[in-house]
Design a protein around this ligand. Structure first.
Ligand code: CA
Length: 236
């Protein structure tokens, strides 16, 4: 999942970024309201952490512009002030949650999981595909009870594929949901990561779960077929 953090205090921004990356999110940061708004309007994010006191454009103005553009991305607002009036203003303007500084990272992480669950159609903490399951809290994948450890990027890629099981996902869609916005769209990085992921989740003799769709991208299915050792299969 991709998270945008709009926060001008560098120490706070990097504290949040590090923590979220450990939780396997793909994180982008913006140090002022204008840049944050531009990123929010022109890219896909699964959630936004938005500070209220920001240079150029404050958090309320950023939120108003995001909602005004019809974007429903969940937003958690951060503020040093925590009067009832501030909280009400943020919530009335379309914020999904509110957190007063200083806060414990664990609380931000839990609230983020909560708003992501609310915005997702399924309220689950575990995704499954055939014999494979993915725990959205511990970030481990399991196949036949065996634990599979994933890097941040592998996790983000697998989660996106599993949330969209049975759907053909183009490389452009995968790029937009799993990589940072300034990534070179011409690179073959997605194919490289799909290959690594397959080595972890599809062992010889097991059902393959990730299907290559020639000229388009990939699709995750409960059962694609058994690997016959000839390498990746292609589907027209
Ligand atoms: Ca600030």
């Amino acid at each position: 999942m991709r998270i945008l953090v709009i926060e001008d205090e560098r120490k706070v921004a990097s504290f949040i970024q590090r923590g979220l990356e450990e939780e396997r999110y793909i994180v982008e940061t913006a140090a002022d309201g204008e840049l944050g708004l531009d990123l929010a309007l022109n890219n896909h994010f699964d959630a936004i952490v938005l500070d209220v006191m920001l240079p150029k454009l404050d958090g309320y103005a950023v939120l108003q512009a995001i909602r005004g553009a019809g974007k429903v991305t969940p937003v958690i607002m951060l503020t040093a002030r925590s009067t009832t009036e501030d909280r009400v203003q943020g919530l009335d303007m379309g914020a999904d949650d509110y957190l007063a500084k200083p806060f414990h990272f664990e609380e931000l992480a839990a609230r983020l999981r909560s708003i992501l669950r609310r915005s997702s159609t399924e309220k689950t903490t575990r995704l499954t595909c055939g014999e494979l399951s993915l725990d959205l809290v511990t970030h481990f994948a399991y196949r036949n009870e065996k634990e599979i450890e994933l890097t941040t990027k592998e996790y983000a890629l697998l989660e996106y594929l599993m949330r969209n099981k049975d759907r053909i996902l183009s490389r452009a869609m995968i790029m937009q949901h799993v990589w940072k916005h300034n990534f070179d769209p011409e690179s073959n990085i997605i194919d490289v990561y799909i290959k690594r992921l397959r080595q972890k989740i599809e062992k010889p003799g097991q059902q393959q779960l990730i299907q290559s769709v020639r000229g388009v991208g990939y699709r995750m299915r409960d059962a694609v077929g058994i690997d016959d050792g000839t390498g990746d299969e292609d589907v027209e």
